[in-house]
Design a protein around this ligand. Structure first.
Ligand code: FMN
Length: 220
């Protein structure tokens, strides 16, 4: 039975440990967030990390995640030994995603250096959890407002949003959406337009085909 890891570790450590735990059973290791432990900022990029994990857990299949936003990223991940990819941020900038329009606009305008690592404690997460989000006055160390920063719908109830809540702004949010977590991966600089999710998938797959087709001529 296939085994799936979604881990957020800067080394092959978690992959190797997950393989031991996994045995023949299906297992999804959701990485540091689900383990609820603090880890250091990502120290190893996907280019080096992915083949290390693939090697460590072989012959189990690996999905690559983090910073993949187009077909060249998909082709690279497959070349490095992944069986597939897990794409997050690119789909926030899709027609179907209920993210707040300002959050989507910020994704289109952001560069890769605008997606910063953080382990700011967030409510209701039980502990410090590593995450990546767009820079904001709060990630830059400015003091949070002493009052709620926005209002959100919880079911049919309108509720206050406090600084450092974990929920990102949605189409139902009213207030300072820039102070809420605008989660984003480092591939954010590759996102240039909001598209239907199906078009994103088609674009990614077709660009991966194109990228892979031109490789043989580069090798001759
Ligand atoms: C809006 C948003 C919410 C996310 N929420 C979670 C989450 O609750 N738990 C988690 O483990 N990862 C979460 N992630 C991380 C994704 O599951 C995924 O691993 C990551 O986005 C992949 O990298 P990419 O965004 O660069 O494609 C979230 C990502 C985004 C963009």
């Amino acid at each position: 039975m296939p085994c799936c890891w979604n881990h957020c570790d800067p080394s092959g450590r978690v992959g190797r440990r997950s393989q031991k735990r996994c045995g023949g059973r299906r297992r999804r290791d959701r990485g540091s967030r689900d383990r609820g432990r603090r880890t250091r900022p990502r120290a190893v990029g996907l280019l080096a990390l992915l083949p290390t994990v693939v090697e460590a857990v072989a012959p189990r299949p690996v999905l690559a995640a983090g910073g993949i936003a187009n077909g060249r990223g998909l082709a690279a991940a497959l070349s490095l030994g992944a069986e597939g990819v897990w794409i997050g941020t690119r789909f926030v900038a899709s027609d179907e995603c209920a993210a707040h329009p300002e959050y989507k606009r910020r994704l289109l305008e952001a560069r890769e250096t605008d997606a910063v690592y953080s382990d700011i404690p967030r409510v209701p997460w039980p502990t410090r959890v590593p995450h990546r989000l767009l820079k904001s006055p709060l990630t830059e160390g400015r003091s949070p407002p002493s009052r709620p920063i926005a209002r959100n719908l919880l079911g049919d109830k309108s509720v206050d949003v406090l600084p450092f809540a974990s929920a990102p702004p949605t189409i139902e949010t009213v207030g300072r959406t820039e102070l809420m977590p605008n989660y984003a991966g480092q591939g954010v600089g590759l996102i240039h337009e909001i598209l239907p999710a199906a078009a994103i998938v088609e674009q990614v797959v077709s660009e991966a085909h194109h990228t892979i087709r031109r490789l043989p001529e580069l090798l001759t």
